[in-house]
Design a protein around this ligand. Structure first.
Ligand SMILES: [Zn+2]
Ligand SMILES: [Zn+2]
Length: 298
């Protein structure tokens, strides 16, 4: 039997859908995304970029137990000492597993994300811990440490053997601090919650705006990604980027039209949810109310 979860105030889990309890625990199996990128598929998908001298892990899983699993897998894939860790944004399934990584791991993230973390990190850990017993256990005693390195817009990480990871901040989207990772020469984008595979977009509290999200996607399109590893949906090819852009700009355009016609945000949310369920039949859409509200508030 399926039990529907209550709507969550943060809006975060409302859109990604909370997985069942067992699925909060990451496994050790990996999938090959491109020649130098492996992934553990789960909540969330974890990217592991393997160079000749170093390995970069993208995202931590929910709490230290998951972080330790990822570190173990990384050591198996790349049995050499240098381990870098970065996170796509400050939400706990992406960042709160950091204490599970071994001492000597170099933690890097962009400044806007660290600002999000400083402002809302403790608060969202509390929210997640209050959801159920398993989350409380997984997040017990998590202490968030300062990153070893903070960058503004781009940090190029040379992993050796010709493999480079570009850590990028293009502006606010799902959160204000969303980081994107582009791996060369694979042309693989690790896209966080910014580019997904047919998932209705969700702006977290104090996140970006629909307009800034589109501006971010414009910059991503110029990277020319061939492979995309999203956080909460299936990996795909570069077309995920233009699909995401099409959905968001379509929804924004329609919401602005209804706003001009004097339709309330609430009514517009209902109408556009119905309209987009038909128009984007392959997308499992619950409701677009929050996103439409964000368009009205721009
Ligand atoms: Zn998130
Ligand atoms: Zn997420």
């Amino acid at each position: 039997m399926k039990i529907l979860l209550p709507v969550l105030a943060t809006g975060l889990a409302a859109v990604i859908g909370l997985p069942g309890q067992a699925q909060l625990i990451l496994g050790e199996e990996t999938a090959q995304i491109s020649p130098h990128v492996q992934a553990i598929l789960g909540f969330p998908n974890i990217g592991i970029v393997v160079g000749a001298n170093a390995v970069l892990v993208v995202d931590t899983g929910l709490g230290p137990r998951n972080g330790a699993t990822i570190a173990k897998v990384a050591a198996r894939l790349a049995p050499n000492p240098k381990l870098y860790l970065t996170t796509t944004h400050f939400h706990p399934e992406h960042a709160a597993g950091e204490p599970g990584f071994p001492a000597g791991t170099t933690l890097i993230r962009n400044r806007a994300q660290q600002d999000d973390m400083d402002q809302h990190g403790a608060e969202i850990l509390n929210t997640f811990s209050g959801r159920n017993e398993q989350m409380r256990e997984l997040l017990a005693n998590v202490k968030l440490r300062r990153p070893d390195e903070v960058f503004d817009k781009e940090r190029r990480l040379d992993l050796g053997g010709g493999v480079t990871a570009r850590l990028l901040w293009f502006g606010g989207a799902h959160t204000k601090g969303d980081e994107l990772i582009f791996v060369e020469p694979d042309q693989t984008l690790i896209s966080g919650d910014v580019v997904q595979n047919k998932v209705a977009p969700n702006i977290a509290a104090d996140g970006g705006t629909p307009a800034s999200w589109i501006a971010v996607l414009d910059q991503i399109e110029r990277l020319g990604a061939l492979h995309v590893l999203p956080d909460h949906s299936a990996p795909g090819d570069g077309s995920l980027v233009s699909e995401e852009r099409r959905f968001i700009s379509d929804l924004r355009t329609r919401a602005l039209e209804l706003k001009r016609q004097g339709v309330t945000a609430e009514d517009a949310g209902g109408r556009l949810t119905a309209e987009f369920k038909t128009k984007y039949a392959g997308w499992p859409i619950n409701n677009l109310n929050n996103f439409v509200k964000s368009v009205y508030a721009e």
